[in-house]
Design a protein around this ligand. Structure first.
Ligand code: MN
Length: 433
């Protein structure tokens, strides 16, 4: 099969290793840097450019059946688009491919509409009503569990329930926006009284984000056979964690202030349609408990997993000053790290009748691989801070320092399909105010 079957008249989209070829077309929200009114637009990434969809209906004729979709884009409301029926999403994707493919009849009308990605400020892609962070990385759960409970690293429920906590959507920020080192309460070991200070154990968590498209009504669970209808797309997600605050506050109700000061996401939502060529069978080891019926389906077994490669880079203040490029410190992949599929997360979340809204975001949980160099957090990579990692230029890290920039990258490769990327999630750490 020839991988380069389509191609785009936007030349930068045809470059090898481009995250945004015509096979991708992820949705994002932005304003143009030179626009003092900072008007919000919806657009799709194509190569190094963006095709704005907001007000595109003033430039070209919109086909029948897509008018409502483009009205949503005109109002810069991606949530309304995400909630639309599957057939609209599919037809819209086909139309967007027609606009941008090689020899497109639309090229002359659209070539002046394109905006360079370097000329915009990306926002979070949609309104995010609720944020739930799962814990589906079994190697992460095991690694962290070993530190806390050497005899029983995985809690008894772990292999039965896609475990999660309810996070905070208001502190979700796009890639490129810095975070401030949080203050919090923690306690030294040995039963001494707690104290309040800037966290000394600031950490990242390598995760993917899952966006919900079609909502469900409260009281109406989502059968696993229908779960993918509610799956809109994915982004990269960094679930910032203050390990010292977390260790003291987490019992008995789980993460709170150790997590909710910030969650960073990459700005482009890669749709499930773009991810389709990278689907893979999902298996549960024979010796492990098999999912209960409501989390089991043929489709989930045959194509529930998604192959996404993940990479973590660190760029310290000293490296910035010496102009040293970011150093890759770990890599992993979604399909091997995750114990549960996207469909299982969706079905489990709604299984009690909980209503999911268009734009809701799930974190997958930290996606550590089986090997130590595949760890998705510094907590694991430095073994709780006991074994600092050494960077090539000489610095060491147990946890993150002020001035550090953490960069996550994610992409999909397959022998049969054109590579697509999710872009990057890049965040600098500023000192406590
Ligand atoms: Mn997490």
């Amino acid at each position: 099969m020839n991988k380069k079957t389509t191609g785009s008249w936007v030349e930068s989209a045809n470059l090898e290793d481009c995250d945004f070829p015509i096979e991708n077309l992820p949705f994002g929200s932005f304003h143009v840097l030179s626009d003092v009114t900072q008007k919000n637009h919806i657009g799709i990434a194509i190569g190094s450019q963006i095709l704005p969809l907001t007000q595109l209906s003033e430039k070209i004729a919109i086909p029948e059946g897509l008018q409502e979709a483009f009205q949503a884009f005109d109002q810069a409301n991606l949530n309304a688009y995400m909630a639309m029926p599957e057939v609209v999403l599919q037809n819209c994707r086909k139309f967007l491919i027609q606009l941008l493919e090689k020899n497109s009849a639309y090229q002359s009308q659209l070539k002046d509409c394109l905006i360079l990605q370097s000329d915009v400020q990306m926002h979070i892609p949609c309104r995010i009503p609720d944020f739930t962070d799962f814990y589906s990385g079994i190697h992460h759960a095991t690694n962290v569990g070993k530190m806390l409970r050497p005899d029983e690293p995985l809690a008894a429920n772990y292999q039965w329930i896609p475990v999660a906590y309810h996070g905070r959507s208001s502190s979700i920020i796009p890639s490129g926006k810095a975070i401030v080192r949080p203050l919090g309460q923690t306690r030294a070991s040995g039963g001494k009284p707690p104290y309040f200070q800037a966290t000394r154990k600031l950490d990242y968590e390598l995760e993917l984000g899952v966006f919900i498209g079609k909502p469900n009504t409260q009281g109406h669970p989502i059968a696993i056979e229908n779960a993918e209808e509610h799956f809109f797309g994915m982004c990269i997600l960094n679930d910032w964690s203050a390990r010292d605050i977390q260790a003291w506050e987490a019992m008995p109700l789980g993460p709170f202030l150790a997590k909710n000061f910030a969650t960073s996401i990459s700005p482009w939502i890669v749709t499930k349609h773009a991810l389709a060529p990278f689907r893979a069978p999902w298996n549960r080891k024979e010796e492990d408990p098999q999912p209960l019926d409501y989390l089991e389906s043929k489709t989930n077994r045959s194509s529930g997993a998604i192959q996404i490669d993940l990479e973590i880079y660190l760029l310290t203040q000293a490296m910035k000053e010496k102009k040293i490029p970011p150093q890759k410190i770990a890599s992993s992949d979604f399909s091997r790290a995750a114990y549960w599929t996207v469909a299982q997360l969706i079905t489990h979340h709604a299984s009690n009748g909980c209503n999911l809204s268009s734009g809701d975001l799930f974190g997958t949980g930290t996606l550590s691989g089986e090997l130590s160099e595949q760890a998705g957090s510094l907590l694991e990579l430095s073994q709780g801070g006991k074994l600092p990692i050494s960077l090539d230029h000489g610095e060491q890290r147990s946890f993150l320092e002020d001035g550090d920039t953490v960069i996550f990258k994610a992409y999909c490769v397959s022998k049969d399909a054109v590579r697509i990327g999710l872009g990057e999630c890049r965040t600098e750490i500023l000192p406590t105010i």
